[in-house]
Each structure stands twice: as structure tokens, then as C-alpha cells.
Design a protein around this ligand. Structure first.
Ligand SMILES: [Zn+2]
Length: 152
């Protein structure tokens, strides 16, 4: 088993896209899959609503019991002991799951709306899809939401 202090790596199965997106916002390495049978036990924790997969998986798994994504995030965070670490928040592309790369302010010019460039100091980019992220992209709203979920 992995040590408790290691950041868990996650594998979200099925139609749980919003849950996966929120786990990435929190900074967790979260892959998505559409599994028909239990995967080989690996380093990832399986997160699924499918009871057969959950019961058939010999590794660490979470059976999602809720339909609403807020309840799902809350349940997974609680069962896995995840919390919002400011150092991890907004470090990962919510679509591709890759760690964002810092972009120099000059290089960000023209890649983000002008008011954003003028008012922001830090810019990050997904190395795969090229999406730009900056502090405040959805910062305040996301933090409110996480507070609502009881994760902050
Ligand atoms: Zn991306």
C-alpha cells in the first residue's frame, strides 16, 4: 500500500465528469475511464457508481452513492480524507488532467483577455490543450463552492 502522506491518484469511472473536474480543481491526478470490467489493481483509487466494478476491484475503491456532483465530491473527499490544499488548488487542467505550466507575463499577452492580463500576475497554461488559467479564472466562485461542500 502507498503511504498515507502520498497524494492519492484517482480513476473516475463512468458518467462522473463533473466529479472528476472538481477533483482536478483540487489538484488531484484524476483520470477518467469507461470500464466494462474491473481494472487491474494499480496505483489509482477507483471511484465508481457501479457496484459490480466496485466489488470486483481488488484495489482501493470508493462506491459513489450520490447523484448530485456536490454530494459526490463531499463523499469522495470524506472517504479519502481529501481537503483543499492551497498549494494544489488550480494546478491541473480541469479537462486534460495535466499539471499546468507557468507562463511568463509577457508571453501571456494576447492569450488572455486584456483586462485579465492587466489585472493578473500569474498565468498558467495546459501543455496539452493550451487552455490558459489565471488566479481568479473562477477563483472566488470555486472557493465558495468548496466551502459549501465543506472541503475548505
Ligand atoms: Zn488541458
Amino acid at each position: 500500500m502507498e503511504g498515507r502522506d502520498e497524494t492519492p491518484r484517482l480513476l473516475v469511472n463512468g458518467a462522473l465528469g463533473r466529479l472528476a473536474k472538481w477533483l482536478r480543481i483540487l489538484g488531484f491526478d484524476t483520470e477518467e475511464a469507461r470500464l466494462k470490467s474491473p481494472p487491474e489493481p494499480g496505483a489509482r483509487i477507483l471511484i465508481t457508481k457501479n457496484r459490480a466494478l466496485f466489488e470486483g476491484y481488488s484495489g482501493h475503491a470508493v462506491l459513489v452513492r450520490h447523484d448530485l456532483f456536490r454530494d459526490q465530491v463531499r463523499q469522495v473527499a470524506k472517504e479519502l480524507g481529501l481537503s483543499a490544499d492551497p498549494k494544489m488548488l488550480f494546478t491541473r487542467c480541469t479537462l486534460c488532467n495535466l499539471t499546468l505550466e507557468r507562463v511568463a507575463r509577457d508571453d501571456a499577452a494576447g492569450q488572455v483577455p486584456e483586462y485579465v492580463w492587466l489585472t493578473s500576475k500569474e498565468f498558467n497554461r495546459c501543455p496539452k490543450c493550451g487552455r490558459m488559467y489565471w488566479k481568479g479564472t473562477h477563483g472566488a466562485r470555486v472557493l465558495d463552492e468548496l466551502e459549501e461542500m465543506g472541503i475548505i
